[in-house]
Design a protein around this ligand. Structure first.
Ligand code: NDP
Length: 501
C-alpha cells in the first residue's frame, strides 16, 4: 500500500466545494457530492454535485429557452465576439488558478497544465474572430428572376461532453465555437476533473454571457450525459471521449436524429526512415509517447521503424526515456505526472502483461512506480511488437510505446493503416517524396512531417474511421455548429406548373 505524502504546496490547500451552473444560478443539484482524490497526491481536492437526470433536464430547458427567446442567438457577431474576447482575457488572467486545478485533479504536470491554458486562451480568441466572419453564400447566377442565398444559422441547443485528460483544453475546443455560432449549451465535464470547467462558468458570467446560454452539469455519464444525448430539445451533441461511449452517444442521438460530432481514440503511428534526422526524432518519440503520461488521444504510441535502424533507434529512445522526470505533478520540473485512477493504472499493466505473453519484449519500464505519492507508471517500451497484437491495435492510454518494424514504404503504410483508428500519424524522412507519399496514403486526420503533436487553433483536428466524426478547430469549426438554410427568392412573373405560359 502506497503511503501518501502530502506535498508542501498543498499544506494550506483545502478541498474546494463546487456548485453547478443552471440557468445562470449556482446550484447544489439534487444528488450527493462527488469527491475527487488527486491522482498524484492521494488527498481529496474537489467536491462537485452529483447531478441527476432531472438536473440535466433543467439545464436543457434553460438552454432551449435561451436559444428560442434569449438575446444570444440574436446578437450581432461583433457583440458575441466582444464577449468571447473578454472571456479569453479572463482565462489568461486566471490561468494559474485554472492550471492548478487541472494539475491536481488530473495528475498532469503543472508546467504542462499552464501551457494548455495558454493554448486554450488562444482558441477562445480565434473563435471570437470567427464569430464576426460566419457567413453563407449567394448565387446571382440562377437567372434574372432568381437570387439564391445560403444562410448559416446557429443549430440550436448543443450538448458538450468532455473527458478527463485535457479538462480545460477540450472544452475550449468546443464551447467557444458553439457560442460564436450563436448556440446555447449544456456542458458535462468528466466527473473526475470538473473543477476548471466550473470555474469557466464563473468566467463566462463575468464576461457577459447571458443566463441559460452556458449551463454546466456535473455528475456521471450514465446519469447526466445520457439524457444530454437523447433529449428531443437538444439539436447537436459534441462529444470527446472513448470510442465505446462515442458509439453509444451516436446510437442514442440517432433516436431523434441529432447532429453528432465525435472526437475519439487513436493508435497513432510514427513511421521512421533511415534518412531521417534521428536526433530530432528521438526527442519527438519520447515526447509523443510520454506527454500527459500517454493519456492522450494523439499519443504516438506506435513506432514503425525501418528494420535497418530499429535496434539502434529503440536503444536511443530508451536512453532518453530513462531521463524523463516522472513525479509530483506540482513540481515545476516534472515531465510526466500521475495516472488518472488506480483502475486505469491496472488496465495499463494488463496491456503490458498481455504483450509480453504474446511475445513482445519489455525493453524499458513495464511496471508501476511507487513514489510515495498517488499512482504512477514507468515510461515503458515494448519491442518486437507485431501488428496483430492487442497492444499494437488498441488504445492503451498510458506511457507505453510499441515498436514495430518495416522494410518497404508500402509495408509501412499497410501497418499504419491496419487498425480501426485514424486520428493522427507522423513521418520522419529528409526525402520530400517519402513524406508526401506517407502523408497522402496514411488514413488519419492529421499527418505530421518531421515533427509530432504540434497544433494551432487554425488547423482542423479530428479523426478518420473509429477516431471520430467531424473536425474541431480551424475556420470550419464554427460552421459545424450551424444549419444551412437556402433562401430561394423570386422576382417577377413565375412560370406556372399546370398552365405553362
Ligand atoms: P469516456 O468515454 O469514458 O468519457 C468521456 C465523457 O463521456 C465523460 O464525461 C463521461 O462521463 C461521459 N460518458 C460516459 N458514459 C456516458 C453515456 N452513457 N452517455 C453520455 N456520456 C457518457 O472517456 P474518458 O473520460 O475515459 O476519456 C478518455 C478517452 O477519451 C480516451 O479513449 C481518449 O482517446 C478519448 N479522447 C479523445 C480525444 C480526441 O479528441 N480524439 C481527446 C481526448 C480524449 P464520466 O466519465 O464523468 O462518467
Amino acid at each position: 500500500m502506497t503511503a501518501h505524502v502530502k506535498p508542501k504546496a498543498l499544506d494550506d490547500f483545502k478541498a474546494r466545494d463546487f456548485r453547478m451552473l443552471i440557468d445562470g444560478m449556482w446550484t447544489d443539484g439534487a444528488g450527493n457530492a462527488l469527491e475527487r482524490v488527486a491522482p498524484g497526491h492521494g488527498v481529496v481536492v474537489s467536491r462537485y454535485p452529483a447531478g441527476t437526470k432531472a438536473d440535466a433536464e433543467r439545464a436543457i430547458a434553460a438552454a432551449r429557452k435561451a436559444f428560442d427567446d434569449g438575446p444570444w442567438p440574436r446578437m450581432t457577431g461583433a457583440e458575441r465576439s466582444n464577449i468571447l474576447l473578454k472571456a479569453a482575457d479572463l482565462i489568461a488572467a486566471k490561468a494559474d488558478e485554472l492550471a492548478f486545478l487541472d494539475c491536481i485533479e488530473s495528475g498532469k504536470p503543472i508546467s504542462q497544465a499552464k501551457g494548455e491554458l495558454g493554448g486554450a486562451a488562444d482558441i477562445w480568441r480565434y473563435a471570437a474572430a470567427l464569430a464576426r466572419d460566419l457567413h453563407g453564400e449567394s448565387y446571382n447566377t440562377l437567372g434574372e428572376g432568381t437570387l439564391g442565398v445560403v444562410l448559416r444559422e446557429a443549430i440550436g441547443v448543443v450538448s458538450i461532453i468532455t473527458p478527463w485528460n485535457f479538462p480545460f483544453l477540450i472544452v475550449s475546443q468546443k464551447l467557444p465555437f458553439a457560442l460564436a455560432a450563436g448556440c446555447t449549451t449544456v456542458v458535462k465535464p468528466s466527473e473526475l476533473t470538473s473543477g476548471s470547467t466550473l470555474l469557466l462558468g464563473e468566467i463566462l458570467i463575468e464576461a457577459g454571457v447571458p443566463a441559460g446560454v452556458v449551463n454546466i452539469v456535473t455528475g456521471t455519464g450514465p446519469e447526466v450525459g445520457a439524457p444530454m444525448t437523447t433529449h428531443p430539445d437538444v439539436d447537436m451533441v459534441s462529444f470527446t471521449g472513448s470510442t465505446g461511449v462515442g458509439r453509444l452517444t451516436m446510437a442514442n442521438a440517432a433516436q431523434t436524429l441529432k447532429k453528432v460530432s465525435l472526437e475519439l481514440g487513436g493508435k497513432n503511428p510514427q513511421i521512421v526512415f533511415p534518412d531521417a534526422n534521428l536526433d530530432e526524432f528521438i526527442d519527438a518519440a519520447v515526447f509523443g509517447a510520454y506527454f500527459n503520461a500517454g493519456e492522450c488521444c494523439n499519443a504516438g504510441s506506435r513506432l514503425i521503424l525501418h528494420k535497418s535502424i530499429a535496434a539502434d533507434v529503440t536503444a536511443r529512445v530508451a536512453e532518453l526515456a530513462k531521463k524523463v522526470k516522472v513525479g509530483d505533478p506540482l513540481d515545476p520540473t516534472t515531465q510526466v505526472g500521475a495516472i488518472i485512477t488506480p483502475q486505469h493504472l491496472a488496465k495499463i499493466g494488463t496491456y503490458v502483461e498481455g504483450a509480453a505473453k504474446a511475445g513482445a519484449s519489455v525493453a524499458l519500464g513495464g511496471t508501476a512506480l511507487d513514489l510515495g505519492l498517488g499512482q504512477f507508471m514507468a515510461p515503458t517500451i515494448l519491442s518486437g511488437v507485431k501488428p496483430d497484437m492487442a497492444v499494437a491495435r488498441e488504445e492503451v492510454f498510458g506511457p507505453v510505446l510499441s515498436v514495430l518494424t518495416f522494410e518497404t514504404t508500402d509495408e509501412a503504410i499497410r501497418i499504419a493503416n491496419a487498425i480501426d483508428y485514424g486520428l493522427s500519424a507522423g513521418v520522419w524522412s529528409r526525402d520530400f517524396d517519402t513524406c508526401l507519399t506517407i502523408g497522402r496514403k496514411v488514413r488519419a486526420g492529421t499527418v505530421w512531417m518531421n515533427t509530432f503533436m504540434d497544433g494551432a487553433s487554425e488547423l482542423p483536428f479530428g479523426g478518420y474511421r473509429q477516431s471520430g466524426l467531424g473536425r474541431e478547430l480551424g475556420r470550419h469549426a464554427v460552421e459545424d455548429y450551424t444549419e444551412t438554410k437556402t433562401l430561394n427568392m423570386h422576382m417577377g412573373a413565375r412560370t406556372g406548373w399546370w398552365m405553362p405560359r
